[in-house]
Design a protein around this ligand. Structure first.
Ligand SMILES: Cc1cc2nc3c(=O)[nH]c(=O)nc-3n(C[C@H](O)[C@H](O)[C@H](O)COP(=O)(O)OP(=O)(O)OC[C@H]3O[C@@H](n4cnc5c(N)ncnc54)[C@H](O)[C@@H]3O)c2cc1C
Length: 391
């Protein structure tokens, strides 16, 4: 399962060197500056992403993307996860499901420029009263004959400050699909799009999570993604992809934490001995390494299964399992790493302190741990323990 082809290993090594050379050295600077780095550093990182062939790694080569397999993407994401402060987000992955349903106009206007890194998107699905329960979405899309008028307020819109267009999810108000979801692409400068505020969160990321109001925002019919009523289908595809990549990033974060905590335990002397000599410390590291191994196997196996064209429902369940297990594993590892570092582990210039805060959200976004368990249990009851029985 862990055997890598020469090509896969080369990709992994390139990604690892990029993280070590271009991202990790800037973590503390980012942490002390609300996640932000100078334009010059970010420009250099972006240029390097292009040179290394990681720009839009999930997008097809025909459209200008890197066209990596899902497995190769997990290898890259795992390495990206080793850096704190979301510095790895300099490597962007546009909406991978979009080319299959995009019109020629959408391909030229949004998809291809995003792949080139010239445009940047964000997602506005969640609302104050609708998070896990997307059925409760109150945002509306009213057809006015020539296009749609959008209304609603969205929460936690990640990257709104850096994006120039928004995927907006709403309920259609009339026609044969009234009450069903529709997904729209909205340019950020469209009249009626209003930034309400950007609340502060536990982590220090350059990407803000804004509350955004959509007030009688008029978009042409060509901004509808796919067909009316299709909205959630794309959102589920995005969830599957993101859940797997979160699992991979959590494996990378856990590896970094174990590495750093192990190095510290070798050097730190207490009561006349390096603390690595104490079983209490050894056991925390041993449990962490064991759980990382399990999470990595799940993540790699799921990626390979996707590349092999496994049944979509099985993919969905396995992505949920990988995200659930890897995110909870990484949180346990971060907690232990803080403990091993002692007082230093509570200082913001310590990697364990940063990951202790940052990894918490991986149990919440793209579906909470509880929602992943709901999905897994549903598949268990429908398909049995091998997820093999037909529904
Ligand atoms: C930093 C950050 C960035 C985000 N970025 C984006 C973004 O870019 N775009 C976007 O649209 N959204 C984004 N989100 C929203 C995120 O996806 C939601 O916060 C998440 O889905 C949970 O929804 P909620 O916060 O409304 O919690 P709720 O759904 O209200 O859940 C509250 C609690 O109830 C539990 N719960 C709910 N239903 C059940 C159930 N059926 N069974 C058991 N327990 C249940 C949950 O697990 C949770 O513990 C982001 C959130 C954060 C924190």
């Amino acid at each position: 399962m862990l055997a890598l082809s020469d090509e896969d290993r080369a990709i992994k090594d390139r990604a690892r060197a990029f993280v070590d050379d271009e991202l990790i050295p800037h973590e503390i600077e980012a942490e002390m500056n609300d996640g932000r780095l100078s334009d010059e550093i970010v420009a250099r990182q972006k240029a390097r992403v292009h040179e290394l062939g990681f720009q839009a790694m999930n997008m097809p080569k025909e459209l200008g993307g890197a066209g990596l397999t899902t497995f190769q993407q997990t290898l890259v994401s795992e390495q990206i996860g080793r850096a704190s402060n979301a510095l790895g987000w300099v490597l962007t992955t546009p909406a991978g499901w979009l080319p299959a349903v995009a019109t020629e106009h959408q391909l030229e206007t949004w998809v291809k420029p995003t792949i080139q890194g010239e445009r940047h998107e964000c997602y506005a699905i969640t609302e104050e009263g609708a998070g896990s329960d997307t059925e409760a979405i109150e945002a509306t899309a009213r057809s006015d004959g020539e296009g749609y008028v959008l209304n609603g307020e969205k929460w936690h819109v990640t990257s709104f400050n850096l994006a120039d267009h928004i995927f907006f999810q709403a309920k259609l108000t009339e026609g044969p699909h009234a009450g069903e979801p529709g997904l729209f692409i909205v340019d950020k400068d469209t009249p009626g799009v209003r930034h309400v505020r950007s609340p502060r969160y536990s982590h220090s990321y350059a990407d803000e999570h804004a509350i955004v109001a959509f007030e009688d925002v008029r978009v042409p019919a060509e901004n509808l993604v796919g067909e009316e009523g299709d909205g959630m289908r794309y959102t589920y595809e995005w969830f599957r992809y993101e859940r797997l990549m979160i699992a991979a990033r959590c494996c990378g974060a856990a590896e970094r934490l174990i590495d750093e905590a192990t190095a510290f335990a070798r050097d730190r002397v207490a009561f006349g001995s390096p603390i690595r000599d104490y079983q209490a410390i050894q056991f925390m590291l041993a449990d962490s390494l064991t759980e990382l191994w399990a999470a990595r196997l799940m993540t790699y196996a799921t990626a390979r299964e996707i590349d092999g064209g496994a049944d979509l429902k099985v993919q969905h369940a396995h992505c949920s399992m990988a995200k659930l297990y890897a995110s909870e594993m990484a949180n346990r590892v971060a907690d232990r790493a803080v403990q091993i570092f002692g007082g230093r582990g509570y200082m913001r210039d310590n990697v364990a302190e940063r990951f202790f805060r940052e990894l918490r959200v991986d149990r919440i976004w793209e579906g909470t741990s509880e929602i992943q368990r709901v999905i897994v249990a549903d598949q268990l009851f429908k398909r049995g323990v091998w997820l093999a029985e037909a529904t």
